[in-house]
Design a protein around this ligand. Sequence first.
Ligand SMILES: *Cc1c(COP(=O)(O)O)cnc(C)c1O
Length: 358
Amino acid sequence: MQDVFNFNAGPSALPKSVLEKAQAELTNFNGTGMSVMELSHRSKDFEAVHEEAIALLKELLAIPDSYKVLFLQGGASLQFAMVPLQFLKPGKIGNYLLTGSWSEKALKEGKLLGETAVGASTKETQYRSIPALDAITYNENDAYVHLTSNNTIFGTQWKEFPTVTHAPLIADMSSDILSRKIEIEKFGMIYAGAQKNLGPAGVTIVIIREDLLEEEVDHVPTLLRYRTHSETNSLYHTPPTFSIYMLNQVLQWVKDQGGIDAIERKNEEKAKLIYDAIDESDGFYRGHAEKESRSLMNITFNLPSEEENKRFLAKAKELGFVGLNGHRSVGGCRASTYNAVPLEACVALSDYMKNYRR
Ligand SMILES: *Cc1c(COP(=O)(O)O)cnc(C)c1O
């Protein structure tokens, strides 16, 4: 079994050292004689894992004490519905900034539950860019303003976030959380499925400002209220214990790498290798995203023809590159360079791109 270069878009690469540690303690966690999966979610041993994961996330992202960290299930996709269920009351508007497929899906759920507006969209230009901050339309009665910080499918990323004061800014950060420094205070709420940058699928992180937990939610099913989870420290029902354990290991790994600043620098270096291969190719590789909107996490590009895309991808597969096919809705190629993708994988891809062109 040879090592592969894993550029999967999600679920995606996990740090090898984390997988090895999980393997080593799989049948005997912390001297319990049991797997962490076999422990009660209310046991002391699991509680320590749960608390450590919350503390590490708070430390790494510099989350102020006025925010709660929740571990939910249902993926980012359930958040598309939980947000309007909670906050989109009659007479209010869910304001969505559209930058790709995931923001469209968030809007779709909002529309099912109340009145919505599109405050900005780059759909007409195939989602190649992020809207200019001064081109966003707000409404006096916005319940919230929703954006997708990184567009996993189109390969664009907000570099700077709007300052929104009349309503909470809510962000889906599934594909770039913990990849760069962010100013948490700009947001009322942040959510992310874990399976891109944080761990395996199964746990969804919610970072929510405490005042938003005061919202009247009598009409919302118990499990779908943020308050239910905040009042019980995410132990209202059985949380995805193994995913939380893995999340904790990944967070510890990020800390060992030097924290968010070090990770961000490394991500910049990794993405640059591949963008340079695109930019120095005399147009052989064409990036989908406009330069100033380029994602550091998902790099999307095309070769001169569909034929060439196929040949490039087939040859890449032979060489051990995994997950370079573009999303079915966009086509072409996509390299996802999440936190756990090592620099060597990006060097190898950049070299392959140069060699292939030659
Ligand atoms: C992957 C992804 C999702 C979907 O997440 P699930 O956990 O599968 O529901 C939503 N938003 C973004 C930005 C994503 O990258």
